[in-house]
Design a protein around this ligand. Structure first.
Ligand SMILES: C[S@@+](CC[C@H](N)C(=O)[O-])C[C@H]1O[C@@H](n2cnc3c(N)ncnc32)[C@H](O)[C@@H]1O
Length: 368
């Protein structure tokens, strides 16, 4: 998937078409930033499944200023996200509605169409831009915690739909030895390395009623959120979350399964983290690593996924990985060969790419 014919490439001589492309990008940016406003202030949720609202009604439903409510509603209708009953009515009388299908993308964090986290992620990156500019100049980085709540929650919510709907119930059952072990006695112990806000741990604990899951992450706010997310789902007794640097090999062993979801490429010291995983795996245990489904080699122009991966790499993952020095400096576009090389250096004898049907992520099984 490294190249597509219909990529964004425009012949360098075609200034008008290129200016048009950037103009479209500006419209897309305005959509994302105003989606962020609707998401963060609860405006979409206040319209979802309810009577269409005038600007005054939306303002009172969400406790926001009427004039701002009107401007946002008009902008959302003009850009084609909301519908308006009668565009020619006086401005205060117009009623706006959120189409049911769009509500899935904008208000349901567990829908496969959920897109509000993408807006939050880009806002998180944009807020960090001054620090990112410094990092470009100095060779330093911006730690994951410094990206703030928008980026941290967005990361969790981005993976949440597939983790909760498919990870424990469809994907892990495809790996028969792992599936059997997670179902059997004595209860299996699973470690979720770089667990973020905990959705992968929660997915496994929900799908396998015996297992005990321990999540570890460097970021304190993520760990607090993970504990809350697990206790909201009554999984507090079989999950535990701890602030811990997974690149430091201080954890004791005995885990039947270690998972690492979309995090190896973010680590400053991925080989050290993989060594810790190797050390904590019990007899017969293995690690399942999910990371970006990149092309095998660099190709330009690239397809839309590779464009998105590089976008996040420049704006978030590389600066996060460079925040501790020395750093492997991996970046989002970690190719399968890099993963194999890291795993071999950490002492794993085998790396298998699993046949798991995910558009954006590739799944590896690492055997000690
Ligand atoms: C892109 S997020 C992935 C989080 C989670 N696995 C998910 O899929 O939502 C990367 C995570 O790696 C964590 N991280 C980075 N370096 C770490 C380290 N040395 N030890 C533990 N966690 C680390 C960050 O705090 C962040 O939560």
């Amino acid at each position: 998937m490294s190249t597509v014919e219909s990529g964004p490439f425009i012949a360098p001589a075609d200034a008008e078409a290129f200016a048009g492309r950037l103009f479209e990008a500006a419209l897309g940016t305005a959509d994302l930033l105003t989606v962020y406003i609707g998401d963060r202030l609860g405006l979409y949720r206040a319209l979802n499944g309810r009577e269409p609202a005038t600007s005054s009604e939306l303002a009172s439903r969400c406790s926001i200023n009427k004039r701002y409510a009107r401007e946002w509603l008009e902008q959302q209708a003009v850009t084609g996200i909301l519908t308006v009953d009668d565009a020619s009515a006086p401005e205060e009388a117009r009623r706006y509605a959120l189409p049911e299908g769009y509500a899935l993308a904008l208000t349901d964090p567990e829908s496969p169409f959920s897109m509000a986290p993408l807006a939050r992620a880009f806002v998180g990156c944009a807020l960090a831009l001054p620090k990112i500019l410094d990092a470009f100049r100095t060779g330093g980085g911006v730690s994951w915690s410094e990206f703030g709540a928008d980026a941290i929650e967005a990361q969790g919510d981005f993976n949440r739909p597939w983790l909760l709907s498919s990870f424990g119930t469809e994907y892990l059952p495809l790996i028969s030895e792992v599936h059997q072990r997670l179902q059997s006695d004595p209860p299996a112990h699973v470690a979720d390395f770089a667990c973020g806000v905990g959705w992968a741990s929660i997915a496994i604990a929900s799908a396998y009623p015996k297992v005990i899951v321990h999540g570890f992450d460097l970021d304190e706010s993520s760990i607090e959120m993970a504990r809350r997310n697990a206790s909201d789902r009554d999984l507090g007794d079989r999950t535990a979350f701890e602030v811990r640097d997974i690149a430091k090999s201080t954890l004791e062993g005995g885990y039947e399964l270690v998972i690492v979801i979309e995090a190896i490429h973010d680590l400053s010291r991925p080989v050290e983290a993989l060594r810790s995983i190797h050390k904590v795996l019990g007899p017969g245990g293995c690690a399942i690593v999910a990371d970006e489904k990149t092309g095998d080699t660099f190709a330009a122009p690239g397809d839309d996924f590779e464009r998105l991966f590089y976008g996040f790499s420049v704006l978030c993952c590389l600066p996060a990985g460079m925040s501790e020095q020395p750093s492997a400096g991996t970046g989002t576009v970690m190719r399968a060969d890099t993963m194999r090389a890291y795993a071999a250096e950490a002492g794993f004898s085998d790396v298998e790419v699993l046949d798991i049907p995910h558009d954006l992520l590739r799944f590896y099984r690492l055997t000690p």
